[in-house]
Design a protein around this ligand. Sequence first.
Ligand SMILES: [Zn+2]
Length: 83
Amino acid sequence: MSLANAKQSQLLCKLARLLSGNLLNSEDKQYIIEILNTPLDDPYRITNTVLAKVLRQEGFDISSRTIDRHKNQECTCYRKVNK
Ligand SMILES: [Zn+2]
């Protein structure tokens, strides 16, 4: 995970902010990180849709699209800061 190296938290997407903030305990964060790192071909994989649904039930405004973008490194976390 390169997120810890992110210099400015406002450049992180909602998912990364959730993972770097203190709204979740470290156990929950670890669980989410494990889900994000699970290979797509793992039959027991929890899908982004399910993860997003659970997070929304917990009161977090995270969509499966947000998770998709973070997983695919298309979110603000991975956007080049220096041009
Ligand atoms: Zn992100």
